[in-house]
Ligand binder design. Structure first.
Ligand SMILES: [Cu+2]
Length: 327
């Protein structure tokens, strides 16, 4: 019996290590049914986070298995029946040095990749684009300060709006899909300035596949950076318990090609300018005209993203089909 337990333990440990280390079952950009491990990594930081996570898991499982085996051995070898005359030993210098030094070595082994990762997260490369994310109760606004400072609100879609998109073959997952997605170009360094409404509470801007998680604090600007190497849709949710609708303030970042981004940001900037002109315009007819122009430009920007979404959904479907086909 004991031998069987002892023999099956390493196999179970190995299975756990593979389970923990495998991110093959995890989706990219959003959680998936029956997911194991973390969401797929889309940025260099997320790749490093996952490598560190897998490495730490191996150490954790190894320690747990070692302690479990040790306890089983002690229970069977040194119980009263099999060992009626206990030894009176109280000290063992070698053993005491070992159980002090070995944990120190384990901690050092953990700290080296940990500090390396921390350094990567906080050494900001030169940004190609800056985004300002502000948490409100309970939605986000996203601004593009280096592109004429246009901004928009990001709110969660309700079921009716989601069904409309799904009917058009655009993926819109429940509790994650948003009305206005943050759009960024692929393979570019994006700096995110994160803050919260000065009269509000603390939120947290998170995109798991980017390895980004930053507190949005009223009156303070925090930063994070990401460089997505994959095009697609990436979702996250407010990750700081902020109140009543904490669970309903998702963030959606769409990573698109450089050309799509240029077309979208151009339309958004022009719409922003038209809006500003309308505000400064005294003549009623001209103001109405400017506002109409703004509306048209916003519609155009939305259409650009809709087309990108359709293309990406199609790409994903194709990828799923080819992955499901037997080789
Ligand atoms: Cu929040």
């Amino acid at each position: 019996m004991l031998r069987r337990i002892v023999c099956s333990a390493p196999a179970a440990a190995l299975a756990m290590i593979f389970l923990a280390a495998s991110s093959a079952w995890a989706g990219m950009g959003q959680p998936t049914q029956g997911q194991m491990g973390l969401q797929g990594a889309a940025t260099p930081v997320a790749v490093e986070i996952q490598a560190f996570y897998n490495f730490t898991n191996i150490i954790i499982v190894a320690i747990a298995v070692f302690v479990a085996l040790l306890m089983l051995y002690v229970m069977f070898r040194f119980n009263e029946r099999s060992n009626p005359n206990p030894s009176r030993t109280t000290h063992n210098t070698l053993l005491e040095v070992a159980w002090t030094v070995v944990p120190i070595l384990i901690l050092v082994a953990l700290s080296i990749p940990s500090f390396r990762l921390l350094y990567l997260q906080y050494s900001y490369p030169k940004a190609d684009l800056t985004i300002k994310a502000t948490g409100y109760t309970w939605y986000w606004t996203h601004g593009y300060p280096d592109l004429g400072d246009f901004s928009f609100e990001t709110r969660m879609l309700d079921d009716a709006a989601r069904e409309e998109l799904e009917a058009e073959n655009i993926s819109a997952p429940r509790n994650l899909a948003v009305d206005n997605e943050v759009v960024v170009p692929v393979n570019k360094v994006v700096n995110v300035l994160v803050t919260a409404d000065p009269d509000g509470v603390i939120h947290n801007w998170t995109i798991p596949s980017f390895g980004s998680k930053v507190d949005a604090v009223p009156g303070r600007v925090n930063t994070t950076w990401f460089k997505s190497t994959v095009e697609g849709m990436f979702y996250g949710q407010c990750s700081e318990l902020c109140g009543k609708d904490h669970a309903f303030m998702p963030i959606g970042v769409r990573v698109v090609s450089e050309e799509t981004f240029a077309a979208w940001s151009e339309a958004m900037q022009a719409a922003n300018t038209a809006g500003k002109d309308a505000r400064g315009e005294k003549d009623k007819t001209k103001r109405r005209e400017k506002l109409r122009e703004k509306k048209e430009l916003l519609k155009k920007a939305k259409q650009i993203i809709r087309e990108a979404a359709l293309q990406q959904t199609g790409n994903r479907k194709l990828a799923e089909v080819s992955a499901a086909e037997p080789q």
